[in-house]
Structures are given as structure tokens and as C-alpha cells.
Design a protein around this ligand. Sequence first.
Ligand code: ZN
Length: 449
Amino acid sequence: MSLQAFISRRVVTAEGLRPAAVVAEGERIRAVVPVADVGAGMEVRDFGDAAILPGLVDSHVHINDPGRTEWEGFTSATRAAAAGGYTLLVDMPLNCLPATTTVAALETKRAAARGNCRVDWAAWGGVVEGNQDDIEALAAAGVLGFKCFLIHPGIDGFTMVGERELRLALPHVARTGLPLLVHAELAGPVDAATERLANADWKSYETYLQSRPDEAELLAIRMMLSLCREYGVRLHIVHLSTCQALLELRAARSEVLAVSVETCPHYLHLAAEKIADGATLCKCAPPIRSRENCEALWQGLREGVIDLVASDHSPCPPAMKRLEDGSFRTAWGGISSLSVALAVMWTEAGQRGFTLVDIVRWMAEGPAQLAGCKARKGRIAAGYDADLIVFDPEAEFQVTPERLHYRHPLSPYMGETLRGTVKITYLRGRPVFDNGEFPGEAGGREWRK
Ligand SMILES: [Zn+2]
């Protein structure tokens, strides 16, 4: 089998940043060796000062396929992923039709993905009202874990669950040994706040922020910690937005409760004070909170209370963002960022003294661990898939529609200057993105254990 040597003065491995050659044999990494050890018979690719990182893993993506390909789809989402340095996307079970809550729906998704993926993908299954008997079958069929909502998810067809439904589902989830991912906002506080704000100005971001109080997240996290402790379920909090939960999450981790926490680039880059009236491109749930809250989330990452950063790429057709009337009440809540999430993170992280090793921990190793593929994805080491990105950490670029590559080029980052560009993305040894081009076939596969 042919050998390739990928050389850089800055290869990001678990041991740190160092000059090295990543030797790939076919689809896998055979070894990481000193550059002097590169032998004859290898195809040598020397990237000099550009860094080599493992392909990123995004454990939180809404691909919306099948059924809502006018929102996104495997073709466009995996193209944007390749451009953004991701080599594995784990798809959320909702916003597609059918939702991934049965084995039959999972098979429909597989058919939709076949031949259309530029990077690898995998599926989360859904926990909804009444599907407790599908949970173990979904696990056997290959989902990597489960996702549930404690509040209406913004679209009908994927029901929220409360304590009663969770008590039916959790024994099944526990038997699979897979993690339960939770959208942690309780409906009660959100509904009450929204009611109080019925006559407020919904073009104002402040109104939207008040409608989704910190308390909704805090109470949801408390309930889930308690339930998952009782049933012995691995808990993962998706898109943590409030810093007020960090203390309790830190305490929960120290008692060996299996809980992990994610946040997203938008909570780490945007701040409520700067969101203009009518700027519904910034609407997501839970909401982007204050500048002070944002800094506290960075502290959570620094201390390891937050394990990972996922994009929560959640697109919709442009009309659903209500850009004309600017109403935060009716606009779709979701931010698309697959192709620029790494640059958003690196721009912010670099200013705070973090390194590419931290970025890899948050955006490759952490998500791979959650998804149960940490022995094959998310690291540059022998035996891992040869998923690599060539990244120029110093290059700056402006976010333009041409850079986004997903279906609808909407972004709250449009026009911003960000730091760090993905030059080439390799999926299992083959280039799938190369300086703005997408060479080769769509060779992405489903990741299954
Ligand atoms: Zn989401």
C-alpha cells in the first residue's frame, strides 16, 4: 500500500506541537516520526510552517437530511465541513423527516447519505415521548447515543420530554451504555418569561434574552444530574450557555458522575451587548448572553469543566430568519457555522493564550470521546484514521458568502475578519478540500463502532 509523509514544523499531537512527519499507509496513520526518518518510497508532502492538525470532529450538527434538504443536506453540509476542517459530523436526530427516533428512520437517513458525503458522518438517535421501546434497537443499529429536549425544539415532530417520559426512557438508555445528550432548558421558566413579555418589543435582542433566563438552564441541568445519577446514565449537556451552571457541573464531575459539557463558538465570540435590534442571525437557543458570561465560559474551558466545543450548525431557509421584520419571536433559532467555526475559535482562543493543542482537545479529541470513536478519530497517532488538516494559524480572512459552502450563506460572522485558514483537509489520506476546491469523489462513510 502506498505511503504518504505529511511534514510540518508544527504537527499537533497529544504530546504537543512539534516538527514531525505523519506517515500514512492507505487510510490510516502508521506512525508519527522525526522528519529525518522519512524514507525513500514515500510520497512526501511538506507543508513547512503551516500546522497539521487532526481532522476535527463535530458532535453537534443538524444536517436536516432526509426531508428538509431545502434547509441543508448531506452534500452541502459535508462540503462546508471539509472546508472548515471537520472530517466527522455527528448528526442530530431532529429537523430531518423522519426524525431519527426509530430504526426505520435511521435506515432512511443512511439511504439519503449514501454517496453524498465528502466527510464521514454518524447519527445520534432521538428520545421522544413514547419511543422508549425503540431505544435499544437504535443502539444495536448503530447510533452513537441519544438526544432529547426538555423544551419545545422550535419545530413540531420531535416531542419534548419531561421527568415522566424520561423515567420510561432512562432504563433503556442506561442498558445501551451510550450517552444521553440533553438540550437543557426547562419550558416552565421560558414560558412564564415569554408570557410576561407578550407586549414587549421583539425586535430588541434584550427581549429575547429575557425570555430565556439562566434559570431555565440551571433548573434543567439540576433535574438531569439528579435523574442520570439515579439511573446510571452518561449525561452530556449540549450547548451550555449560562455560566451560572458551572459551579454545580464542577461539583457533579468531582463525584465521579459521568457528565460532560459542551459549548459553541457563538457563545464564546458573540455577546448580547453587541447584538443589534433585529439581528436575528444571532438567534439561537439557549441564547447568547452577556460579555461577562462569555468570559466565564472561557474560564470553564480553561478549568476543564467544559469538555468540548461543537458547532450546533443549525441552518434554515433564509426566509425563516425573518430578516425583513427582525422579530426575535418568530425567527428560526439556529446559527450555521461549519466552515468558519475553527477560525472563530482560534481568533478568540489565541487572544487568551490558548494554543492549537487546546483547540484540538476541544474540537477533535473531546467530541470524539463523546461519540465513542476516540480510538480512531480526533488525534494524530499510529492506528488513527489519516484525517488531517493543514492549517495556517496566522493567515487572516474576511467572512464572505463564497467562504461558507453550506446551502444558504447566512452567518452572524459575515464581514468579520477572522484568524486561521484551513488550506487542505484530508479524509483517510485523500484530499477532500484543497485551497477552495473540492477534489475527488464524495468518499465519506458512516462511522460505526
Ligand atoms: Zn442543536
